[in-house]
Design a binder for this molecule. Structure first.
Ligand SMILES: [Zn+2]
Length: 447
């Protein structure tokens, strides 16, 4: 009995360390996982080996089982992670395109700007064209490295180079005797199409399927093969994250550093007959999100629906830094009442002279149990799902005799009216330049 009480006491102390002032002298590493579905991590229930290093990290983490992205693609979602804002507010409504301003809106504050103001050394190492500094992602960073894709066969920069650059920066920070705390953002692009499915990984995992999966064959190969190739990519990324964490430990910085992990969006692996990432089904919105802190003795799992816009406010709270006044998300440090989460999608087909079709412009609301996907241009094509009984989103209740569409519609109307100070950015707000178009073409979004 006394051992039991001692255990509870230890757990309470650990939680107090995390929730009250334990992080007030800590550094921060933000790791963003591009194209990472929540259900393809061991800590989120994937049944086979896929993410041993991330899982070890998750063992001492505040983990959000139901975290949702604000968009199914890279730039808008990352802008939400960094600003704590919805798409229509920070203005990055497309990859490489923007609404109302040249990049992340001038009136938005980013996590790097805010932590820089608070005296942190700031550095970013990212690996995908949509995160080019010219779209505002470099704001507030003293150093910003976009690792180029050149000479590397996958869609983003070489993850070995990303890991090395980030690790070397940590080493420099340590040995130059910096007194300031640091904020390091590291972005991995590995699970994005094509899935290279490398022989060394296949051998380790016992994957028999031996091909690369690209945007052409992703829809036509047997689904199990596509899933295994995607798994191989996640496993490969996880290995590099393991190296980065090991470097942090070797530099004796692990005890003083909070590590936040979040996915920017997921990926369809033939669900709904889809591949890639677009539209607003849960396969592309449900992402991993957890915050590792050494004093947390076990995983504290929260099941309520939360948004990636809540991550930055939570991290500032843990770090003991003042709030970002412009963030729309809320700190999740303590358990909070369930709140609906929102997402936006404008299709790449809308570029150029394309005549809009149903599904091109969507907004969604969900609370983890119920969901409405409203078609902005073709409202009659909206969809509504009772995720309690239909987590696969296969039975559309919109237009049926059911109270859900009306109830969720009112919540969504309220968000569009009061939650977006500048209103919902329209398709007329999409702008593009030649350089962005080339970048999108290289990633397979535009043909
Ligand atoms: Zn992405």
């Amino acid at each position: 009995m006394s051992r039991y009480i001692a255990l509870i006491f230890c757990a309470l102390i650990a939680l107090a360390g995390c929730s009250d002032n334990g992080g007030h002298n800590a550094n921060l590493i933000l790791i963003t996982l591009d194209t990472q579905r929540a259900d393809f991590l061991g800590s989120y229930g994937y049944p086979e080996p896929v993410s041993p290093n991330l899982d070890r990290l998750a063992e001492q983490s505040l983990l959000f089982e139901n975290a949702y992205a604000t968009a199914p693609f890279t730039a808008p979602s990352h802008a939400s992670i960094l600003t704590g804002q919805h798409l229509s507010t920070h203005g990055v409504i497309y990859n490489g395109h923007r609404a109302r301003s040249l990049a992340i809106g001038a009136e938005s504050v980013t996590l790097a700007e805010h932590l820089g103001q608070a005296g942190f050394n700031t550095k970013a190492v990212v690996s995908g064209g949509p995160l080019d500094a010219r779209f505002g992602f470099g704001r507030g960073f003293e150093g910003y490295n976009l690792i180029p894709q050149m000479g590397y066969p996958d869609s983003g920069g070489d993850p070995a180079q990303v890991t090395r650059r980030a690790g070397n920066w940590l080493k420099d920070w340590k040995y130059t005797g910096k007194q300031e705390r640091f904020f390091l953002w590291v972005h991995y692009f590995v699970p994005h199409l094509p899935y290279l499915n490398r022989p060394a990984v296949r051998d380790t995992l016992g994957i028999l399927f031996g091909e690369t999966v690209d945007e052409i064959n992703a829809a036509t190969l047997p689904v199990d093969d596509v899933r295994q190739a995607y798994r191989a990519e996640v496993f490969e990324m996880d290995r590099f994250i393991g190296e980065l964490i090991a470097r942090l430990a070797k530099l004796e910085l692990a005890d003083d550093t909070i590590i936040a992990v979040v996915g920017d969006h997921g990926e369809y692996l033939q669900e709904h007959g889809l591949t890639y990432h677009h539209s607003l089904y849960d396969e592309v919105l449900h992402v991993p999100m957890f915050i590792h802190w050494r004093d947390l003795q076990a995983t504290e799992r929260r099941s309520g629906a939360v948004s990636i816009i809540d991550l930055a406010p939570t991290l500032l709270d843990l770090l003991g830094v003042d709030k970002m006044a412009t963030a729309q998300g809320h700190s999740l440090r303590k358990s909070v009442a369930a709140a609906p989460v929102f997402a936006e999608w404008r299709d790449f087909r809308l570029l150029g002279d394309h005549k809009p079709r149903p599904g091109d412009f969507l907004v969604s609301v969900q609370d983890g149990r119920h969901k409405l996907i409203r078609d902005v241009l073709f409202p009659e094509s909206s969809m509504c799902f009772d995720l309690n009984v239909d987590p696969a989103e296969s039975t559309n209740l919109f237009g049926a005799e059911h109270p859900l569409p009306v109830e969720l519609g009112a919540v969504l109307d309220d968000h569009l009216k009061h939650g977006l100070p500048q209103g919902l950015a329209g398709i007329d707000d999409i702008q593009i330049d030649k350089k962005s178009l080339e970048m999108l073409r290289s990633l397979g979004y535009v043909r």
